[in-house]
Design a protein around this ligand. Structure first.
Ligand code: SF4
Length: 214
């Protein structure tokens, strides 16, 4: 591991403990856009674009600086909506933040190219999570994750438990084991316009189903 990275991780570890003790923020999630190119029914962003209200670079920079400088917040995650809809802004903020804080991005992968991963790595990104919402995401996001892993990024594949069927979850898990990726299993309880959400979750998350995957 590079010395600069080692120092950054040591510093983050120190502030994780200190901020916890002092009730200060350590982890900040930056929703750089409320817009998304997907409309997943279980997501509060699905169909609720608020692109016109997105903050600009200067405003985000001021907010991030407040947390990183005043509170030594040391883990900044860039999320959306879909953060790659504002790719240039994402790159600028990662470049500004990555020297001192651990940085991560969560994306649905639709707009991500291998060159973007290289660029983010060069800018200092530490971790990337590709979320898999539908079967059609599986191959693309697995290939992107393998590429990210080759670049030495901490790489996660995440699935949201909905109605895709246990086969998809099992395939994602197998892929994570095979390629040494981190598996993330999201349990969503809120579904837009879906009063039957909790029943759906209860039906999927049964000991029998889980034992097929884990
Ligand atoms: S891809 Fe992610 S952010 Fe976009 S609608 Fe689906 S869950 Fe929400």
């Amino acid at each position: 591991m590079q010395l600069s990275k080692l120092l950054k991780y040591s510093r983050s570890g120190y502030f994780l403990l200190r901020n916890h003790r002092d009730n200060r923020p350590f982890f900040i999630a930056i929703e750089i856009t409320g817009d998304c190119n997907r409309r997943c029914v279980y997501c509060s962003f699905g169909g609720n674009s608020c692109k016109s209200e997105d903050l600009d670079y200067k405003e985000w920079r001021r907010i991030i600086s407040y947390f990183t400088q005043k509170h030594n917040a040391s883990y900044i995650s860039f999320v959306g909506g879909e953060p790659f809809l504002r790719k240039e802004l994402l790159f600028q903020l990662v470049a500004d933040t990555s020297r001192k804080a651990i940085t991560s991005v969560i994306t649905n992968g639709v707009l991500v190219a291998n060159d973007d991963l290289k660029k983010l790595k060069e800018l200092g990104l530490d971790s990337i999570c590709f979320s898999i919402h539908y079967r059609e995401d599986f191959n693309r996001n697995t290939l992107l994750a393998i590429e990210a892993k080759k670049l030495d990024l901490i790489t996660l594949l995440s699935v949201v438990v909905y109605s895709q069927g246990m086969e998809l979850y099992r395939d994602v898990l197998k892929s994570c084991i095979k390629h040494n990726l981190i598996f993330c299993f999201n349990l969503c309880q809120q579904f837009n316009n879906s009063p039957t959400a909790s029943n759906l979750i209860k039906n999927i998350i049964t000991p029998e189903n889980l034992s097929e995957v884990i």
